[in-house]
Ligand binder design. Sequence first.
Ligand code: PHB
Length: 358
Amino acid sequence: MPLDLFSPAKLGSIALKNRIVMAPLTRNRSGEAGVPQDLNVTYYAQRASAGLIVTEATPISPMGHGYPGLPGIYTDEQVAGWKKITEAVHAKGGKIVIQLWHVGRISHPTLLNGALPVAPSAIKPAGKAFTYQGLVDYVEPRALDANELPAIVQDYVYATQCALKAGFDGVEIHAANGYLLDQFLRDGSNKRTDNYGGSFENRARLLLEVTKAVVETAGGDKVGIRISPVNPFNNMHDSNPQALFNYVAEQLNQFNLAYLHAVEGGIHGVGKVDAFDFEQMRKLYKGAYMANLSYDKVRGNDAIASGHADVIAYGVPFIANPDLVERYKTDAALNEADSKSFYGGTEKGYTDYPFLKA
Ligand code: PHB
């Protein structure tokens, strides 16, 4: 039998009962203190039939926040809140990794105790920040000095230690979608002239330093990385994404990671998406590959059968279908997602989507 979405898989040390992964999804329902709530426990536990859950993007430090209501992973209270989630998912036989996030310039002083957002270069993104006061123009971020970067690497290490204490099966380093590590990678947002700007080697340096430090903390077999080579969201662009991300994929081979996770296009329907050969990049990478974006059951099975992907991450379908695995297995109809309740709010549009069987 060829492999398909329902075949078990191993990503590093993480054993999956199927190849249907819940993609990271920002939901803004953890309050101003950034502590996971009981409502969040219910939400993740409802989705534990996924082969693996990747949590919503989770700030690694106070400066890593860029939206209201995000849960963090750097205080004891946050660890205790997440522990309830990992225990609930494990009790149902699921696996869960936490996505480690620093937003960089995609933030606002009102979310940072008055501080300016930080970035590789002082370039204001187009668009608006989503704050507790509503949508407001982004500000020009402060360019990080190279001597500040070791402390940011250390924040990733501390967050990883917190994640392990909270009982996660692993961590996913968020290097996608126009946030800090992606801002360093791509030359539309990185105009530095030091060791962290210019060549591919220099622009990938912070990501590789973070990866090395996180791998030393958790073990490479518990670490994944998410990239989005051509996603224009958050005003991102690169002059040569294929060569840059081919280089990144080859460099990541040295860490024997649990997986490489790629967003294979543009999210939120914004901007022109450059041509990119994901299969070429995927062949350069020697480990497990998680594909994401706009897959359905048929295309997911095809990507696994052809060897393009080992596992498939589904986002919006998991918002609306807590039992997505069962629905795919039985070819049942899917619930429609209500986009108005994606970001923030109550249990409505969060934990009240119906299961097939009550
Ligand atoms: C979002 O809030 O729209 C968002 C957050 C994190 C991502 C992508 C999108 O990686």
